[in-house]
Each structure stands twice: as C-alpha cells, then as structure tokens.
Design a protein around this ligand. Structure first.
Ligand code: HEM
Length: 458
C-alpha cells in the first residue's frame, strides 16, 4: 500500500519556508508549518531572540529563549524568574493578556481561586501535592483500567474500517473521556465540556503574538461560549457535597487542605476544574496525534514496538521531545538584569520559553531529530517544563499516552498515512495538525486485548 508523502503538502500554509533570520516569525499565520526550520536558524544565529517592545510594561522587551540550558534554568529558579502571576500578585506590573474588562473579570474570577490557594512558591508545591497529585500526578496510575477501557471503546468504533481520521476518533476524545471520568462528570456531557474546553484555550489557539493576545471581539465570543461553565461546575459541586462519589470533584469537596488548614470553597474548586480542562484536553491530543505521525514516518517502528513493549515509554518520551505539544509560553519575567548566551536581558523583561526548540537543541540532545528509543536521560526534555512548577498533569498524560499506544499496538498490526491529509496545523502555540487520516490493518491475533496488562509506567 502506498501512503501520501508529507512533503507535498508542506507548501500549503500561508508562510514560506524561512531561509534567513529575517524570515523567522514564530507567531505569524502558518508559522507552525516551519517551526523546526526556524529553530535551526535561531539556534545557529539568535538563540536568544529579542522582541522589541514585546514586554508587558511600556518600553520593555520580550526575549525568546530557545536553548535547553536557558529554559531549564529559568523554570527551576522562581526567585530570579517569577511567573507572570507572581509578578501580578506582588504588584510589580499590571500584566494582562488583554485590557478588555470582561476578560479580566473572567480571569480574575478563575485565578482568584488559584491564587488564594497558592500565593507563594511553597504553597504552590503543597497545592499540587495535596490537591492535584492524587488524581493527575503521582496518583494517575490508578486510572489505568479506566483509560484502557476508554481507549478500547474508541477503537471498537472504527477497528473494522481500515482507515480513520485519528484525531476526531481517538486522540481528541480519549483525553476528553479520561478527564470527564476523573472529575466525575457524565460522559454524555462531553460535547458541552469540549465546547467549554475549546473556548478556554482561545488565547493559546487564536491569540496574537507571543503574549497570546485576543481582540475584544474574540474575548466576547469566548465569554459567550463559556456561558454556563461555572454554573455547571457549581451544580456538580453541590451534588457531590451532598453525595460524594469516587471522583476528583468529590475529593476536592471533602479534602482538608492542610497547607491552609481549611476546606476549599466552591470558587476554589471551580478554579481547579477550570485548570484541569484548560491543561488536560488538547495537550494530550496533540501528543498522540504527533506520535502517530512519527510512527508513519518511520516504517518498522510500529512493528518494533508491538514486539517490544518495554520501548513504548521511550517512544512516547521521544515523541514529547521531538514534537512537543506546547511549543512556547510567555510565563516568566526577569527579576533582575540577566545575561543569556551573551545577550543582556534587563530586569522586568518578559521571557517566552520555547519548549519545542529547547527539546531539539543539539547541545543537549545528540542527533536531536533522531527518534532514539535507547536515548539516555529520556525525560530530560522540557515538554512539561521542569522544576517546581512543572506541569501538574504530566503523569496523567504520560500514563494516557502509554496506555493509548499499548491498546493500539495490541489491536492494530500496521499504521500508515491515509488519503486526504493536508498537513495544515492548528494556529497558536500548540503543535498539531487539524486532521490526520490513517490507514491501518487490524491485528489478526490481538496481543493483550482490553486487559491493560501491557507495561505502563509513568
Ligand atoms: C502532553 C500533555 C501536556 C503537556 C505537553 C503539558 C505542558 C505544560 C507546560 C509546558 C506547562 C507550563 C509549566 C511551567 O510554567 O513551568 C503546563 C502547565 C500546566 N498543565 Fe500541563 N501539559 C500537558 C498535560 C496536562 C494535563 C493532562 C493536565 C491536567 C490534568 C495539565 C494541567 C496543567 C496545569 C493546570 C498547568 C498550570 C500549572 C500552573 O498553574 O503553573 N497538563 N503544562
């Protein structure tokens, strides 16, 4: 069977392939099609790229950091490089993604809960340990059977078809079902939850420039789409306070937050649910979708993984490194004057951390574009960031990815690109195509069908 080669469609986006530093525009329309070409230029010529006037206060600049050493150093040192939220709390600057009033109101409403629970670095860590770790962090492994069941159910729907649009039929619904199950929301509500989830990520998908700014019109549209989200959460909180179930929202209703020696308010619970929906859906979708592409581009690797399941973890980690779902975030500031790679970065500058570029930095990773299942230090990548504010859902996502591939490897014998792919990417700061058509053959003798007994480690 012949598959559609990817390069033919590589030219469809509005942006031409960058050749010189002047061509590099990480945030322009169609940039996603060329990010990796841009990273090569940036690593060579401008590993610290100044964006004049791009800071959050008038006259200040932003800097794009693309080196692994710089990004890792920044996220590990919250004193020297506070987050924007910390900066706002200390009143250092009035940072905002948009000056629009309603948007600010919405943000402060949702953030108030988060800020009240973890205003300091110390509390941030306790917040994670006490409130989210048991469900999406260290405790994520407890969801193994549930995730396996959802993955199998999804596969059942198309296993006999020979071809599938992988995003809408697997990579997107799997994290949605998993997150709904963890939170304790009915699966029938997923279309509505997905609508809210899409609205919540508006700035990261449709936002402009490195600050993910959205226009007043976009803000209004987003707020209209979010109508009812908070009431929905409050309704569930009320029901679960009255009759607790075995789910994360019931847990949050009951838990005594040791760090503050009290229970959580409804608003605080809503804030955490909001963060789970914001962080937990699209990210894992993109991870799975890009990993499927990596397999299609490497004939023989799917078969190799089928017979050597011990390598699935290495595969997903390499996938996260080579095709990081979250390519960049402008979430840190400089508290004092700094020098990165010989470039002076004044105090009060905004830092855009380019996780996607850091993960293909040849100074950190030998042959960074090789998917190396035997690579040493597989988790050195910063796809989830690192340090004290590392992604709180990293474990859950890792478990989901490993189980998803475990089930796919159990039940499919081959996968390859199908017809109809145009390789156009979603806009914004996440890496992922809008569609991914795959052709596959069903395994004649499924390997560990539906048992979830393949080795999954976080
Ligand atoms: C492949 C999947 C994922 C990737 C690549 C990813 C990546 C990231 C990154 C880079 C950050 C920023 C960390 C920092 O500022 O240092 C982050 C933060 C966050 N992630 Fe994830 N994430 C993923 C999955 C998840 C999941 C499954 C959840 C929820 C269950 C989640 C929830 C969050 C939250 C709530 C934050 C914000 C933490 C804060 O307030 O600082 N993420 N993630």
């Amino acid at each position: 069977m012949g598959s559609s080669p990817k390069h033919i469609n590589h030219e469809l986006g509005p942006m031409r392939c960058p050749v010189t530093l002047d061509d590099v525009d990480l945030f322009g329309p169609g940039a996603q099609e060329h990010w990796y070409e841009m990273y090569e230029i940036l690593h060579r010529e401008a590993p610290v790229l100044r964006l004049p006037g791009g800071g959050i206060t008038p006259g200040s600049d932003a800097f794009v950091l693309t080196k692994h050493a710089d990004v890792a150093m920044v996220v590990k040192d919250p004193e020297r490089f506070p987050t924007l939220t910390q900066t706002r709390i200390s009143g250092h600057a009035n940072a905002g993604l948009s000056a629009e009033d309603t948007w600010q109101k919405y943000r402060s409403l949702m953030q108030a809960s988060m800020v009240s629970l973890r205003p300091t670095q110390e509390l941030y860590i306790k917040h994670r340990k006490e409130l989210t770790d048991p469900w999406v962090g260290t405790g994520a492994i407890r969801h193994r059977e549930m995730i396996t069941r959802h993955a199998n159910d999804l596969l059942d729907e198309w296993i006999d078809d020979g071809q599938v649009e992988f995003i809408s039929r697997f990579a997107r619904p799997l994290p949605q079902r998993v997150m709904a199950s963890i939170l304790g929301f009915p699966l029938e509500d997923i279309p509505q939850l997905a609508e809210w989830g899409d609205a919540v990520v508006t700035p990261f998908v449709h936002g402009h420039n490195h600050r993910h700014e959205i226009t007043p019109e976009q803000t209004q549209r987003m707020l209209a789409r979010l109508e009812g989200f908070q009431d929905y959460i409050y309704e569930h909180v009320r029901a679960k306070r009255a009759e607790p179930q075995d789910d994360m929202v019931s847990f949050l209703c009951e838990v005594h937050y040791e760090a503050l020696d009290r229970k959580l308010t409804d608003l605080e619970i809503a804030g955490i649910v909001h963060a789970m929906i914001l962080g937990g859906l699209e990210t894992t979708q993109y991870a799975l979708e890009e990993q499927a592409q990596l397999l299609c581009e490497r004939p023989g690797m799917f078969e190799q993984l089928r017979v050597d399941r011990g390598k699935v973890r290495a595969f997903t980690e390499e996938g996260l490194r080579m095709r990081s779902p979250t390519h960049g975030l402008s979430t840190r500031m400089t508290a004092r004057d700094e020098v990165f790679q010989g470039v002076e970065v004044p105090a009060g500058s905004l830092l855009h951390l380019r996780f996607g570029a850091a993960n293909v930095d040849a100074e950190e990773f030998d042959c960074p574009f090789d998917l190396d299942l035997d690579r040493e230090g597989l988790t050195r990548h910063v796809a989830f960031s690192t340090g004290p504010r590392v992604c709180p859902g990293a474990n859950l996502s890792r478990v989901e990815q490993q189980i998803a591939w475990g089930v796919l490897l159990d039940r499919l014998e081959t996968i390859e690109y199908g017809e109809g792919n145009d390789w156009l990417h979603q806009p914004g700061i996440m890496l992922g195509t809008l569609k991914l058509h795959l052709r596959f053959t069903k395994a004649t003798a499924p390997m560990h069908l539906g048992t979830g007994r393949t080795s999954h480690t976080a």
